[in-house]
Write a protein that binds this ligand. Sequence first.
Ligand SMILES: Cc1cc2nc3c(=O)[nH]c(=O)nc-3n(C[C@H](O)[C@H](O)[C@H](O)COP(=O)(O)O)c2cc1C
Length: 363
Amino acid sequence: MGDKKRFTSSRKLDHLRICAEEPVESGDAGFGDIRFVHNALPECDMGTIDLSARFLGHTVNSPLFISAMTGGHPGTKDVNARLARAAGHYGLGMGVGSQRAALENPDLEDTFSVVRDEAPRAFLVANLGAVQLHDHGIEWAERAVQMIEANALAIHLNFLQEAIQPEGDHNAAGCFDAIGELCHHFRTPVIVKETGCGISGPLAQKCWGVGVSAIDIGGWGGTSWAAVESVRADKSALAEDQALRTLGQDFSSWGIPTVVSLAEVLATGSPVIASGGVRSGLDIAKGLAFGADLCGMALPLLKPAMESDEALVRTIDAIHRELTVAMFLTGSASVADLRKAPFYLTGLTRQQIGKDNAARVRR
Ligand SMILES: Cc1cc2nc3c(=O)[nH]c(=O)nc-3n(C[C@H](O)[C@H](O)[C@H](O)COP(=O)(O)O)c2cc1C
């Protein structure tokens, strides 16, 4: 294996450990600025609330989406297997991490394909970076989808991380055209996904224009890849990496907060996955009421998935319980009802969304 390929794989393990053990969250995604109007007489039975949702023609049993995290190093296979077992058990949608390492080295394919083995009927999303799509074209996209028999392919945008990584890809030119080309020729739905800095309204508009099927916000306020790379640089013995540590720290405040990005993107089209700083069932309820189709979580599921199946089940049960309580107290018997639940928008989020987009968000 060449050095670059070995880096792609070993980096995956570094990322898991850093995310699980170090403070890597950036700030306030904006969910605290959404406040539901309490329904004192909800007129529905909490015991029969239906959490099921539709996304890209598929029905999932819950709007909780397991965001892309891992695969690509032998040590990540168990984590992906646990996440997939949970996806299968609860009927959740799930994304895998970037499949680049396995596309470079097929020996690593089982760290991804285990997900389909463990969740034969789940809605699964394959994952490829925009730069890898640009460099390797539709062939890699097809291989990524086949590897996990995916129902959709996410093309991730992570240029903040690339800019800070010592081994990062710094050339984004041509990536948008590559996405357009893919959408034109590919039968599998394409999702454009950020990884912690959010997507603006104008970029979303361009994406719908070339045939992108869905957008995953990946907004600011949750896991910060600037923070992750800063910690990674801090642990490096190389003197040149110390400058990257400061660069990472300074840019951990960079990005569009998730709820602001959600408003901008929803004003241009849908379907949309709200992700980035979603930290509870209540946040999921707020994301859905705001107009999202699903809500994605990565970091909150990572630690339990590294621990045990039981820990992951406990975490997901708690998230679902909180979502159910929020639905009950807004009188929402279904996700469709919740998407009509009234709320107040306050604080910095209200200011940042601006009049134009606020008027186009449903209320
Ligand atoms: C350990 C870890 C690895 C990740 N790897 C990927 C990846 O390979 N591809 C991708 O699109 N996003 C990746 N992400 C980003 C997440 O899918 C998500 O967009 C982001 O972490 C924001 O969600 P969170 O605040 O709930 O963590 C990763 C996140 C974590 C925590």
